[in-house]
Design a protein around this ligand. Structure first.
Ligand code: 5GP
Length: 115
């Protein structure tokens, strides 16, 4: 039996609401529902084939590059262009949704820290 659709698949299918900031044939970008920074966006490939960035990097580096490009553009549009790009990879690293997505964090981040 196939896995149940993730929240991102349901957002892409318009089954649950989201603040959609960008969309094209291969990616969608939304505001995170529980922001961890003044600007906290998610860039999500539409395909559900890849649970995390490691599998995406192996299978489709062009799509990964597109995710990074869209993140850069959105950070410039929604903040001052400085941003942190995070791919939680694995439950032990805090990943909770196993459909690859980039966190774009921007605006008032502490200097010189990772947390
Ligand atoms: P992860 O922990 O897998 O790296 O990130 C999942 C992210 O999805 C979390 O930052 C969480 O706040 C966000 N999230 C969870 N449910 C929803 C939702 O229904 N809508 C939106 N826009 N974001 C969500």
């Amino acid at each position: 039996m196939p896995d149940a659709p993730t929240i991102f698949e349901r957002i892409i299918a318009r089954e649950i609401p989201a603040d959609i900031l960008y969309e094209d044939d291969t990616v969608i970008a939304v505001r995170d529902i529980a922001p961890q920074a003044p600007v906290h966006l998610l860039v999500v490939p539409k395909t559900a084939a890849y649970p995390d960035v490691a599998s995406l990097a192996d299978a489709d580096p062009a799509l990964l590059a597109h995710v990074v490009e869209v993140a850069k553009r959105l950070a410039a549009e929604h903040s001052d262009g400085d941003y942190r790009l995070v791919f939680n990879t694995g439950a032990g690293a805090g990943q909770t949704i196993f459909h690859v997505h980039a966190h774009v964090l921007a605006g008032g981040l502490a200097e010189g820290t990772l947390g």
